[in-house]
Design a protein around this ligand. Structure first.
Ligand code: TA6
Length: 281
C-alpha cells in the first residue's frame, strides 16, 4: 500500500526500479522493481509525522538496537530513524539507476541522549537490486560503541506459507523465550507464531521464499554479523497502534544488523560501512 507523502520525500525513478525515501529517518518506504509488487511492506496505519518512526520500509536503527541497556527512558532502536536527515547528493549510476545519499550529524539534540560525535551517511541505490549502505564515522576524539540495523520489512503474500533460508546451523537469541540462546536447525525457518530472533555470527544471504506471490526475495549483506527475523503475529500486531491488526500475514522482517554480541567499537576518526542488498529472484 503506497503512503501519501505527507513528509518530505524523494522518489528515485530508474529503468529497473523505483524507490521512495523520506527525509524523516532517511527512511526507504518503497522499492518496486519493474513488473513486481512493492518488495517492502508498509503499514497502512503508519505514522507519517516528523519525529515519529515510520512502520514498515527500512527503519535505520542507530546507535542502539531494541531497548537501550540501563536507559529505560530512551526510545527503542535509537534516534536515527526519527530525525530529519540532510540531502548530500544524488547521482546516476551506469545502470541508469540513481543513488541518493543522505546524512545525519551529531548535534546538541543527539548529545543530550548520546554524548558522542558522529556522521552517518546513508546511500540508497535503486537498480535491479536495492542497495543500501550505512556509513558510520566517529568524528570525535574518543572511541564509541554502537549497534546498528537496516530493519527491513519485506512484503509477502502470506507469511504462514513463506520460508526463510540462509540461517541453518547458526545460534539465535530468542526474544520471545527469555532471550535464550538456541541452535537453528538445518531446515528453512517457517513462521508459526510471534517470532523475534537475533541470529548471531552470520554473514549469510537470506532468501525468503514466497509461494503465494511466486517470488523469492534475497537479502545479502556486507560487514554485518547479525540477522534479525521478526513477525509480530496476532497479539503483538493488535498491540501496535501503527500496525493494522490484520497486516501481520503480509510481512516479515529480515534485518541486516550489528547488534548484541556484534556491537561495534569505533575509534576516533574511523568509519564503518554496513551494506544490505535486496533483490527478487
Ligand atoms: O527487530 C525486531 C524488534 O526489535 C522487535 O522486538 C519489535 O520491537 C520490532 O523490532 C519493532 O520495534 P519498534 O520499536 O519499531 O516497534
Amino acid at each position: 500500500m503506497s503512503q501519501p507523502a505527507t513528509l518530505p520525500s524523494a522518489k528515485l525513478k530508474g529503468p529497473h526500479s523505483d524507490a521512495v525515501v523520506y527525509l524523516n529517518g532517511a527512511h526507504v518506504s518503497s522499492w518496486i522493481p519493474k513488473g513486481q509488487k512493492d518488495v517492502l511492506f508498509m503499514s497502512g496505519q503508519s505514522h507519517l509525522q516528523p519525529g515519529k518512526a515510520i512502520r514498515g520500509g527500512v527503519p535505520i536503527i542507530f546507535p542502539w538496537f531494541g531497548g537501550r541497556a540501563n536507559h529505560p527512558e530512551s526510545p527503542a532502536h535509537g534516534f536515527a530513524r526519527t530525525l530529519i536527515w540532510n540531502f548530500v547528493q544524488c547521482e546516476q549510476r551506469p545502470s541508469g539507476g540513481c543513488a541518493l545519499t543522505l546524512e545525519l550529524n551529531s548535534d546538541k539534540v543527539t548529545h543530550e541522549v548520546w554524548p558522542f560525535d558522529f556522521n552517518l551517511r546513508f546511500t540508497i541505490c535503486a537498480e535491479k537490486t536495492l542497495t543500501m549502505s550505512l556509513a558510520v564515522t566517529n568524528t570525535g576524539g574518543q572511541e564509541f560503541t554502537f549497534e546498528e540495523a537496516l530493519h527491513t520489512y519485506l512484503a509477502v503474500g502470506d507469511v504462514r506459507q513463506a520460508s526463510i533460508s540462509g540461517l541453518a546451523g547458526t545460534t539465535f537469541i530468542d526474544k520471545v523465550d527469555g532471550f535464550k540462546r538456541k541452535p537453528q536447525g538445518p531446515e528453512p525457518i517457517v513462521i508459526t507464531g510471534e517470532t523475534d530472533r537475533v541470529y548471531l555470527a552470520t554473514k549469510s544471504e537470506c532468501v525468503i521464499n514466497d509461494p503465494v506471490w511466486g517470488r523469492k526475495i534475497f537479502v545479502a549483506k556486507e560487514n554485518s554479523d547479525a540477522t534479525v527475523v521478526w513477525n509480530p503475529w496476532i497479539a503483538k500486531a493488535k498491540a501496535m497502534a501503527d500496525f493494522g491488526d490484520e497486516e501481520w500475514p503480509g510481512m516479515v522482517c529480515v534485518e541486516t544488523c550489528n547488534c548484541a554480541d556484534h556491537a561495534i567499537t569505533l575509534g576516533a576518526g574511523k568509519t564503518h560501512v554496513m551494506t544490505a542488498v535486496v533483490g527478487v529472484k
